[in-house]
Design a protein around this ligand. Structure first.
Ligand SMILES: [Mn+2]
Length: 240
């Protein structure tokens, strides 16, 4: 069995080079897989499954083709940009929506996550996250007219940029990663969000345990995806 993992494409428009790279990936890499996991921030922005455009429709069509022509099972986990992707779009694209975190059924020592939840040192962000992930907030947001949702998304982007400018890039907290791995009886976290591709040990004072993380890249410059073949450990593979 071959499993592939990608994240953080931040798809923006059909004519963006990232979209072309993704079509290449779907044509040349993904067909040989049994399972493809998309671990969040797939789209740069998402304001509801009812607000579709040419990009979202093309992506759904291409994913469906991959699933139907090559029998690839598709999984989607939301990130902090596209957490409003719902069952309707997942169904349209032939993807199975996963909760965050999600233990990999074929290898429960591996836990999948987008990664923003473990950035616990950014207290402001965690407060906002808690609001945005509240189903009540989401229902009320999705019931607003499109223009209002677009305006909100724009404002949220500006605020998030201002917030980030005062900070070093916030990484996932080692303690938060280890706590979550222990909770699930897992040893390796595969995640995105920080766009710093690597496979490394998580620094821990907890002797006798060794935890690891595999971080996926974004799709702007050097692109990496993770691959697991049968029971072997995951590999980070450069996609050019
Ligand atoms: Mn993210």
């Amino acid at each position: 069995m071959k499993q592939l993992f990608i994240s953080d494409l931040h798809l923006k428009s059909l004519d963006d080079p990232v979209s072309q790279r993704f079509w290449d990936f779907l044509e040349n890499i993904a067909p040989s897989a049994d399972e493809l996991y998309i671990l969040g921030d797939f789209f740069e922005v998402w304001i509801g499954d009812d607000a579709q455009n040419n990009l979202s429709k093309t992506v759904a069509e291409k994913l469906r083709q991959l699933k139907e022509h090559h029998q690839v099972t598709l999984y989607f986990m939301a990130g902090n940009r596209d957490f409003l992707i719902g069952q309707d779009y997942c169904q349209q694209a032939g993807m199975i929506r996963l909760n965050d975190p999600y233990p990999l059924p074929s290898n429960p020592s591996i836990l999948l996550s987008h990664g923003d939840e473990q950035c616990t040192s950014d207290i402001e962000y965690q407060k906002v996250r808690q609001m945005l992930r509240d189903p009540k907030w989401q229902d009320s947001f999705l019931s607003q007219p499109l223009e209002q949702r677009i305006a909100f998304a724009k404002q949220a982007r500006t605020q998030s940029k201002e917030h980030q400018e005062g900070y070093e890039l916030t990484d996932l907290s080692p303690d938060a990663m280890i706590k979550q791995l222990q909770q699930y009886g897992a040893q390796l976290l595969i995640h995105g969000h920080t766009h710093q591709p690597k496979l490394e040990a998580i620094e821990s004072n907890n002797k006798g345990h060794s935890f690891e993380r595999l971080t996926l890249s974004d799709w702007d410059h050097d692109i990496y995806y993770a691959e697991i073949i049968d029971d072997s450990p995951p590999n980070l593979i450069k996609f050019s």
